[in-house]
Write a protein that binds this ligand. Structure first.
Ligand SMILES: [Zn+2]
Length: 87
């Protein structure tokens, strides 16, 4: 609800992605919009999560946990109309 997308105004002196990928082309970074397009490096369907090459944990319910600890809420496709037919 109150997840304000606060942009960081200051940049850290450290390098952001120290040789993240061992392959080319490199995966999108964890803070890019298409982070889910990164390669899977670990897949645990029995536990409901996958680890992407850019360090993002992708959960079965489409929730995400970014390497910096940020949590992305699941984006479940809601049904067109959940009508309760209380008969
Ligand atoms: Zn990669």
């Amino acid at each position: 609800m109150d997840s304000a997308s606060s942009r960081r105004t200051h940049t850290t002196p450290q390098r952001k992605n120290p040789s993240m990928c061992q392959h080319q082309p490199a995966c999108p970074t964890a803070d890019s919009a298409d982070r889910e397009a990164a390669r899977l490096v670990a897949h645990h369907p029995e536990q409901g999560w996958s680890l992407l090459c850019n360090g993002v944990l992708l959960f079965e319910d489409t929730g995400e946990l970014l390497p910096d600890g940020q949590v992305i809420a699941p984006r479940r496709p809601l049904g067109p109309a959940q009508v309760m037919t209380a008969a």
